[in-house]
Structures are given as structure tokens and as C-alpha cells.
Design a protein around this ligand. Structure first.
Ligand code: MRU
Length: 340
């Protein structure tokens, strides 16, 4: 994803792996639609998309005064924020832009500074992912087979990835590794995006149906797990793609280390588990594969997009500031203090 000639350019992830299509937006409402319909998805990617969207809103505004511009941007911020409720990066990205805007004195100054800030956030995302990758790579050994769930790769960020960034850095450090990607029903981020991304980049990657996680672990086909996150609480509760909890539970049963890779912008240090809204998505994601019906008409569907993995199932949380180990309340707090 990139900011180019005052437009937002991104890959339409709904078209992968069949077609590589780039879309271009100059209206923040289109960016909001792209986030909602998963044209862009993945916590850090929607954080930066939100920031880009709000910067577009600032440029689009016909405001004459500074206060009118701020008020137009507040309206856009609400529209962008309401697209997806679980990943905390979206609120974080919007807040960063809004803070810069509020510090500006004139319309022109604000318009320039919000674009600069949005571009800087995109650049920082890549640097953070590379640092996180290095920090995490020491946890993985030569000849490891690493399982990952959903897509926490280049596509889910500006580039390099979080969980896949750790996998990339492990390979770059000279270790020979294999990867197992889960399919990640119902939207298939694992088969459509992770398998595509890793195969494209020359990794030894195998795809499994979500239902084969237990089989793979029981038969020693995998010895470590790393996933991304949409929100991490100060207690170490991790919200990530639906199915992550099952992967963590089965890993615990088989004594397989389960790691999470997430930038500090994914941490929500204020909320408790009961405050976090799990996005519920439309039933057709479950009753159809593409346009083909796979369930009876009128069936009731429960389709949560995320679940919560409790801290006791997690071996470590990899960030750009270091790796937090249990007990997480203390170790996460320390990472934030060290990063001040
Ligand atoms: O619904 P999605 O595809 O946006 O969900 C994405 C995930 O759950 C990812 O694992 C998470 O955002 C981390 S991406 C670096």
C-alpha cells in the first residue's frame, strides 16, 4: 500500500490469488468501503489505511478555517472508525492523524502535516516489522516447521509482515525452515494470501485445512506456531482471526510453543476482555464458497471474525521493543516503559 500523488494505492486482496489488481482512491469514503469489504485487511494495514483515508478527508475538505477542517475530519474519522471494530490499530492510526491536525494553526499547514504523518506511519510500519522480525527470529531454530494462521504478512501490513516478518527474518538469518499455513475459513486468508505470499517468496510452505491442525500437531508435522494479532490487552489476552484459540489450545496439548507477533500499536492497554467487540460478519461467508452455495437456504449462521486466546496458552509476544514472556502483566508493562 502506498501514498502516491495524493492518492491511496493498494492491492485488492479480495482478488488474490487469481488476479493482482491495484486500486486507487482519492475519496476517503472509498477507503472506508475498502476496509469494510476486506479489499484491505490485517490490523497494521487497516491502521495505515485509516490514516491514509483521514489524510484524504483532510485534502478533500473545502473548509476555509482551521476549525471547519477539524470538524470535517472528525466526521470522516467516525466513518472510517466504524468500518471494523476489533483491530485496535484502526483507532490508533486515526488518532495519530487527528492529533497532528489538532496541533496545526492553518488549513494549509494541517493539510501538509497530515499527509506527511500518514506517509511516515507507512514507512515506520515497515521498519517496525523488520525489528520485530529480528527480535522473534531467535525463538526459532534450524529445521523448525512453523505453523501460522490467517495472514499476518506483507499483505496485512505495509510490507514484510508481523508473524510472517518473524518467519522471513528467521530464514534471512540462515536457518532452514518450513511453514504450514492453515486455510483460515471462512474468508481463506491462509490459502488465498499466506500461501500465495510465501510461495511467491520462495518458502517451503504447505497448506492444510483448518480441521487438520490437530492431526499436524499430533503427528509432529509442526514444532512451533506464530500468529499475528488484532488487539493485545495489557493482561496478554490476544484477539486474532477466528480459529486462533483452537490452534493455541491444540498446541498447548502437544507442548508446542505458541507465539504472537504484534507491534506496540496493536496493544490496547485500557480495555478488559469484556470491553472488546468481536466483529460478526455476514452469513454468506459461511454458506457459500465464492458464488457456490454450500449450505441450505435459510440456515442460521454464527460468523465471528475473531476470537480471544487467553494468556496461559501463549509462550511469548514478539514486539519491536522485545519479546514479552509470561507473566504478561509485568513483561508487557516493561516493554512499554522501555519504549518511552
Ligand atoms: O479479518 P482480517 O483478515 O482483517 O483478520 C486479520 C487477522 O486476524 C490477522 O492475523 C491480524 O490482523 C494480524 S495482521 C499482521
Amino acid at each position: 500500500m502506498e501514498w502516491k500523488n495524493n492518492k491511496v494505492v493498494m492491492i485488492d486482496q479480495t482478488k488474490l490469488p487469481g488476479e493482482l489488481v491495484f486500486v486507487e482512491y482519492s475519496d476517503y469514503n472509498d477507503v472506508a468501503k475498502a476496509i469494510k469489504t476486506l479489499i484491505v485487511r490485517g490490523a497494521p494495514a487497516i491502521g495505515v489505511s485509516g490514516a491514509f483515508g483521514l489524510a484524504l478527508a483532510g485534502l478533500q475538505s473545502k473548509a476555509i478555517t482551521r476549525d471547519e477542517l477539524i470538524s470535517d475530519m472528525e466526521i470522516a474519522k467516525k466513518i472510517l472508525f466504524e468500518t471494523r471494530p476489533t483491530a485496535v490499530n484502526l483507532a490508533w492510526g486515526l488518532e495519530q492523524i487527528m492529533n497532528v491536525a489538532k496541533n496545526g494553526y492553518s488549513v494549509n499547514e494541517i493539510k501538509t502535516s497530515i499527509v506527511e504523518m500518514a506517509k511516515k506511519m507507512a514507512e515506520d510500519d515497515i521498519k517496525i516489522n523488520m525489528t520485530m522480525g529480528k527480535n522473534g527470529s531467535v525463538l526459532f531454530d534450524n529445521n523448525d516447521t512453523i505453523m501460522t494462521h490467517c495472514n499476518a504478512g506483507s499483505l496485512a501490513t505495509v510490507a514484510y509482515g508481523t508473524a510472517l516478518g518473524v518467519i522471513r527474518a528467521t530464514k534471512e538469518s540462515g536457518k532452514i525452515i518450513k511453514v504450514i499455513a492453515t486455510e483460515t475459513r471462512p474468508v481463506q486468508q491462509g490459502s488465498r494470501l499466506t500461501a500465495f505470499e510465501l510461495k511467491h517468496d520462495g518458502f517451503d510452505v504447505s497448506l492444510i485445512p483448518d480441521t487438520a491442525v490437530g492431526y499436524s500437531m499430533a503427528n509432529k508435522l509442526v514444532n512451533k506456531v506464530v500468529v499475528g494479532a488484532d488487539r493485545v490487552l495489557r493482561t496478554g489476552h490476544v484477539y486474532n482471526k477466528i480459529g486462533t484459540y483452537q490452534v493455541a489450545l491444540i498446541a498447548k496439548q502437544h507442548g508446542i510453543p505458541f507465539y504472537v507477533a504484534a507491534p506496540l500499536s496493536t496493544f490496547d492497554m485500557k480495555s478488559n476482555p469484556q470491553d472488546v467487540i468481536i466483529e460478526q460478519r455476514k452469513g454468506t461467508e459461511v454458506t457459500q464458497i465464492g458464488d457456490r452455495k454450500t449450505a441450505p437456504d435459510g440456515i442460521n449462521v454464527i460468523n465471528p471474525a475473531f476470537d480471544m486466546t487467553p494468556p496461559e496458552l501463549i509462550s511469548g509476544i514478539i514486539t519491536e521493543a522485545g519479546v514479552a514472556k509470561p507473566p504478561f502483566v509485568e513483561s508487557i508493562q516493561k516493554l512499554f516503559e522501555a519504549n518511552k
